[in-house]
Design a protein around this ligand. Structure first.
Ligand code: ADP
Ligand code: MG
Length: 394
């Protein structure tokens, strides 16, 4: 569906649910991470871009204390109602915990909403597939609250921090800053090179030399992700503690591969050593990949993407057989520059850079092999980097 149709549909459904009247419309994108996976909560570098797919919201402020939320993607758009007094209660297993978390995170910073609102969401990004529908939902919510209630002190980058706080401290997924950062700060035709410990970042025009970014959805939902993600995070923290016997560091992102090799035997546990190895080497790969891209050396960029996948598969152990097959099949095709798992892992999507002339061959091959082996079809999205969260003028 084109944006125009999406917005028209959203307005109509909004009126059916909440009655006629003015509405304000907003959008926040999902993201795809090109390289730098599981480095953001390790103080390392990431290189994502925002997508043109994401989550939309139609919103209207209320004058009383009722908050009403519905999503066209959830439970036939059933409306969940809460009052200002109880929005911070978690609703077990409900998607509304993401927006509830954002309202909570904002109130913790003294951006407390004085009245309620009604909102209808719609996402055209697959949820639970590693493209960060959750971050788009959070950043979107922070944006419309800022805008509707006139919280002018909340800056665009703050939307990312508020979203991360909501997901990490309210929903309980101890995520880094990358997803929300990309959703808030995205820019058309550019990827973002972010150093997560300092939050310094650069926009890099994506000149891919007649190649496309192709996302392949394995259709495997990453259900394990939350608990395993939090485990990886604590394994890395524990490795840092061991390494502190030799190095004055707070995060793995501060170590070069050489330093890691010199100190790695201090990490007693073999599993933790492997996790730490990934974090250190992936950070280094990300820096080198961006350097290669600046030199228009797409081939090196692709090679580093492939190495990233191997490391995520073997050392960080966040892949799955379906994704490993999709990447291996991609690597065999002429014109595939690089291919790797993207997002938190345990299912979800691969991201590949593929020469335009080879995109169709890639899709046909991947679909045929996947169907034969797993009895289902992958979905493909050929994407361009899109803009960050914004209000839609009407
Ligand atoms: P990802 O962020 O990779 O898409 P997550 O598991 O982190 O996957 O987040 C997916 C969850 O976010 C969904 O299960 C749902 O609770 C929530 N969500 C995402 N998009 C929407 C939407 N459009 N409407 C309602 N809830 C959504
Ligand atoms: Mg998510």
């Amino acid at each position: 569906m084109q944006e125009k149709e999406i917005l028209q549909n959203l307005r109509e459904k909004f009126s059916e649910l909440y009655g006629d009247g003015d509405v304000a419309l907003y959008f926040a994108p999902g993201r795809v991470n090109l390289i730098g996976e599981h480095t953001d909560y390790n103080g390392g570098h990431v290189f994502p871009c925002a997508l043109t797919l994401g989550t939309y919201a139609a919103v209207r402020k209320r004058t009383d204390d009722k908050i009403r939320m519905a999503s066209l993607n959830m439970n036939d758009a059933a409306v969940e109602e809460m009052t200002l007094g109880d929005y911070t209660n978690k609703a077990e297993g409900s998607w509304t915990n993401y927006p509830r978390g954002v309202i909570w995170a904002m109130s913790e910073k003294n951006f407390t909403i004085p009245t309620g609102f009604e909102v209808l969401y719609y996402g055209n990004i697959p949820a639970g597939s590693g493209l960060s529908s959750s971050a788009s939902l959070e950043v979107l919510t922070a944006l419309f609250i800022k805008d509707q209630y006139g919280f002018d002190a909340v800056e665009q980058l703050d939307l990312a921090f508020l979203g991360q706080t909501a997901e990490s401290d309210f929903v309980g997924m101890k995520c880094g800053i990358m997803d929300q950062f990309a959703s808030a700060m995205g820019k058309e035709n550019a990827a973002m090179f972010l150093e997560t410990d300092t939050m310094k970042f650069d926009y890099l025009p994506l000149k891919l030399d007649a190649a496309k970014i192709v996302i392949t959805n394995s259709m495997v939902k990453h259900e394990l992700a939350s608990s395993e993600y939090n485990t990886r995070r604590s394994e890395c923290e524990s490795a840092v503690q061991d390494l502190q016997a030799k190095y004055d560091i707070k995060t793995l992102g501060e170590l070069s591969p050489e330093q890691f090799e010199e100190g790695k035997d201090l990490i007693a546990d073999e599993t933790k050593r492997k996790r730490a190895k990934h974090a250190v080497y992936e950070n280094d790969r990300t820096i080198r990949a961006v350097e290669a891209l600046k030199q228009n050396d797409i081939a090196t960029f692709g090679k580093l993407m492939n190495e990233s996948h191997v490391s995520l598969r073997d050392d960080y152990a966040v892949s799955c057989p379906e994704i490993d097959d999709l990447t291996s099949w991609a690597w065999e095709i002429d014109g595939v520059v690089g291919s790797r798992i993207t997002g938190g892992g345990f299912g979800g999507c691969t991201v590949s850079i593929i020469k335009e002339a080879a995109v169709d061959t890639y899709k046909e091959t991947a679909e045929k092999k996947y169907q034969e082996k797993y009895g289902k079809k992958p979905e493909f999205y050929v994407v361009d980097p899109g803009a960050g969260a914004h209000r839609i003028s009407q």
